[in-house]
Design a protein around this ligand. Structure first.
Ligand code: ADP
Length: 506
């Protein structure tokens, strides 16, 4: 594996932006969580502290009847002056206290309560009538907060109004001090989280950076480049796997293109060398007009062959690069095949080959007529080319419920099993001892394969050396009605013989 140098390219900048975004999201998320936790903490603390204050007030309120008693028609503080606990309790109660009769006449008011202000007679009457004492929040003249519990007292048939207060300034302070400290520390915590997030995002993105850097270095010279998986089995591993399989495909296609260029230049060089040789020989040795004429005729034949190769190459290149779009239409295939077979009749008679056509008529199918004709032309030319005089070539056309079947068979030399898997490759030719082979460039069957593939069909080759070959093509037909009289024809297609066979399915 190669060594990559980081280039601050587009990918680098994009990754940096992604890292910043990740860190920012991380910090934002934490900020939201921490602020919510802080606010919740402040509220909870407030509730806990005020519950505590209320409990204190409850205790003090409950102690009042034991310490404030009716004596000779008056309410007086009755406690043991020797009992420090009682003395302290009374002192605490009387710090913020208001005691009035039922009409609101003040019987006792501490200076602490005076700072909170007097209570209105309506409020006093309402509090006496209320079944339970109530707790209200008050502020003194200096804005200090108090919790005040007020309600009625009954003793010896008389009713009184009592209010006791508890300063809660310290509790409030504690709450706001704690919140202030928390919210002051929060930015520092977020800064720490940003630093951690920055490095965590960097670590998480490092496999991505490796892929980006590797992608930047890809060139024709290092198509063998593959990245090691980072081992998490996650999306990043998937990305690396996708990158590696893309590189594999690229490498394969580049290899094919390179091989194609080598093969093409080799194929073109042979006739060019031959033409050059013939012209040179003619130039240096020919003396008569006939000798010059012969040399030019042979050279022209080679130029023709050259032209054929270039034409086939161009067609194949167009087909494989997607420039040759299929134009499928409902056509009578048997009519087209009959016309094509007629073009070979003369050559068949000349060579002493029996050419037969078995076709159901009409045989309607949706195909690209031009390409199907070209495909059959290649198959027929091969059959005619390789079959020896006295042999037989047969073309069969048949429409089945969901497919168009075409078969070109001959009783020529056959194709040895070792070659069968390769005959559809570009420039593949069987060179050993085959008359007729010198005319081809090994492109015909590659084109046949493309036509079959483009129609979504399959091709099945059955061949036995010395006995012949059979190319059986099936082109799928969906939603095309089969004419009634095309059904029920005898199946004349040869099934696989005991020889070798090759199947191409796309
Ligand atoms: P070529 O132009 O050489 O015929 P093709 O791609 O059409 O190229 O065929 C590839 C090879 O397959 C040929 O070189 C030939 O040896 C073999 N081949 C094709 N068709 C037949 C056939 N009908 N009988 C025997 N061999 C065949």
């Amino acid at each position: 594996m190669g060594k990559w140098t980081a280039k601050p390219g587009l990918a680098g900048r994009a990754l940096r932006a992604l890292r910043i975004r990740l860190t920012a999201s991380f910090v934002l998320l934490f900020a939201l969580v921490l602020v919510s936790v802080g606010l919740a903490f402040r509220e909870t603390l407030g509730v806990v502290l005020s519950e505590q204050s209320e409990r204190l007030l409850d205790r003090e309120w409950a102690a009042v009847p034991g310490l404030l008693k009716m004596q000779r028609g008056e309410l007086v503080w009755a406690y043991d002056a020797e009992n420090a606990e009682e003395v302290f309790a009374v002192e605490r109660l009387r710090r913020v206290l208001l005691l009035t009769d039922a009409q609101g006449n003040v019987l006792e008011m501490s200076s602490g309560y005076a700072a909170l202000g007097e209570e209105k007679p309506e409020l006093i009457r309402k509090a006496i009538r209320a079944p339970q004492p109530v707790t209200v929040e008050r502020q003194d003249a200096r804005g200090r907060p108090y919790l005040v519990r007020m309600g009625g007292l009954r003793d010896s048939g008389k009713e009184f109004f009592l209010a006791i207060g508890l300063p809660v300034e310290d509790m409030m302070h504690a709450r706001s001090r704690l919140s202030r400290v928390y919210f002051l520390v929060l930015p520092v915590m977020l800064l720490g989280i940003a630093v951690v997030g920055w490095f965590a995002a960097g670590g998480a993105l490092s496999p991505l950076r490796r892929v980006a850097e590797a992608a930047q270095t890809v060139s024709v010279g290092n198509l063998g480049l593959r990245l090691p998986l980072h081992g998490g089995g996650d999306e990043l591993d998937q990305l690396i796997e996708t990158f590696n399989s893309m590189m594999e495909r690229l490498e394969l296609h580049f290899k094919q293109i390179r091989q194609f260029s080598i093969d093409a230049s080799h194929e073109l060089r042979t006739p060019i060398t031959a033409v050059r040789g013939q012209l040179e020989v003619a130039l240096f040795t020919a003396e008569t007009k006939d000798q010059y004429r012969d040399a030019i005729v042979t050279a022209l034949e080679d130029v023709d062959r050259l032209g054929q190769i270039v034409k086939s190459l161009l067609l194949l290149a167009q087909a494989e690069s997607g420039q040759l779009a299929l134009r499928e239409k409902l056509v009578d295939v048997s009519g087209a095949v009959a016309e094509l077979a007629d073009q070979f009749r003369l050559a068949a008679v000349d060579k002493g080959i029996e050419l037969t056509l078995e076709a159901s008529e009409p045989c309607m199918a949706v195909v690209d007529r031009t390409q199907v004709e070209r495909m059959l032309f290649h198959l027929l030319s091969n059959a005619m080319k390789y079959t020896q005089p006295g042999g037989a070539v047969k073309v069969q056309v048949k429409r089945e419920a969901s497919a168009l079947r075409l078969c070109v068979s001959d009783n020529g030399p056959g194709i040895p099993g070792a070659h069968l898997p390769h005959i559809f490759e570009r420039f593949y030719r069987i060179r050993e001892g085959r008359p007729g082979n010198e005319q081809g460039a090994g492109l015909g069957l590659a084109f046949v394969a493309w036509v079959v593939r483009a129609h979504g069909g399959t091709i099945h080759v059955t061949s036995a050396p010395g006995e012949g070959s059979s190319f059986d093509i099936s082109l799928p037909q969906k939603g095309v009605d089969v004419p009634a009289h095309a059904e029920g024809l005898p199946a004349t297609f040869s099934s696989a013989q005991d020889g070798d066979s090759s199947r191409l399915e796309f």
